[in-house]
Ligand binder design. Structure first.
Ligand SMILES: [Fe+2]
Length: 298
């Protein structure tokens, strides 16, 4: 059984032993003395109807260091973020994501910082936790400039700059929610999982001038399920008030294999093509992505 405290922690009752159990060892006692949630050693009592009863209270946050209301109030974004790092290093990964959500909700200004923070690597490395982290970042996206890979990520540094505009007027679109997903330098989305669970991602909002920018590594091309080569590209998903949602991908034109029929196919499918050139010594891709306004209701 578990008890969920919305937006914060999950408390488990899954490890309970009985006080009079002759097999209860001192090691069991030591281990359960600080059990999280409702875990621990219980003393059954007999009720009026002769039934044996076990009572177990869960006091929310009682055994969680730095829980709000305990000594040392945990309410600033920085303190909540630090709590997430503590939980991550203690391998309480789901709780760490809850703590990050609390930090973001309290106004933490750089949520994308988590993907470059060595203290939070376990959250991205764990294929079951990674989708929870992505949800939290999507719900609280606010940066228009971010880094989407850790400093140890293999590959060639790549800067990706996008201008988001109205398809008809060319006006910039500010405040749009952007999701980016890409393969790593070797053309892989994830290691160890077959399901779509990409390891390299970013959640952003466009700036007042409609732009956003990420620092990343150049994605590798790969072979699809039929063995056909797919040139280097970045997937994007964009939501903006007043515009149709737009999910697509942008091929990078420095991939020498983006030529001939493959290039024609990309154009036919309507994929905006990113122009790549060296700027200030760094490979930089730029592309303008147009959004279609939702027709005004009559
Ligand atoms: Fe892809």
């Amino acid at each position: 059984m578990h008890v969920i405290e919305p937006g914060r922690y999950t408390y488990y009752i899954d490890d309970i032993m009985f006080e009079r159990d002759p097999r209860l060892t001192p090691e069991n006692r030591a281990q359960l003395a600080n059990g999280r949630g409702g875990n621990g050693i219980v003393m059954p009592s007999r009720g009026d109807d002769g039934m044996l009863l076990v009572r177990r209270d869960i006091v929310l946050g009682e055994k969680i260091p730095g829980y709000p209301g305990q000594s040392g109030v945990l309410s600033t974004p920085a303190a909540l973020y630090e709590n997430a790092r503590t939980l991550s290093s203690a391998r309480s990964l789901e709780d760490a994501v809850h703590a990050l959500r609390a930090a973001f909700a309290a106004g933490h200004e750089t949520p994308m910082q988590v993907v470059t923070d060595p203290g939070l690597i376990p959250l991205i490395a764990d294929p079951e936790i990674r989708p929870l982290l992505r949800d939290a970042l999507r719900d609280h996206a606010r940066e228009s400039v971010a880094t989407m890979v850790s400093s140890g990520e293999p590959g060639d540094p790549f800067v990706f700059r996008v201008a988001l505009v109205d398809e008809g007027t060319g006006d910039p679109i500010a405040g749009a929610l952007v999701e980016l997903v890409q393969a790593d330098a070797g053309g892989r989305y994830a290691i160890r999982t077959a399901a779509w669970n990409p390891r390299l991602f970013a959640y952003l909002r466009t700036a007042a001038d409609g732009s956003f920018e990420v620092r990343t590594v150049h994605p590798g091309g790969y072979e699809d399920d039929e063995g056909a080569y797919v040139p280097s590209h970045i997937h994007f998903s964009i939501m903006a008030d007043g515009y149709r949602p737009y999910d697509s991908e942008t091929p990078l034109d420095d991939d020498p294999l983006l030529a001939g029929a493959l290039r024609e196919e990309a154009v036919q499918q309507g994929h905006p093509i990113t122009r790549v050139e060296i700027r200030d010594g760094v490979s930089t891709g730029t592309v303008t992505i147009p959004l279609q306004p939702v027709p005004a209701a009559n």
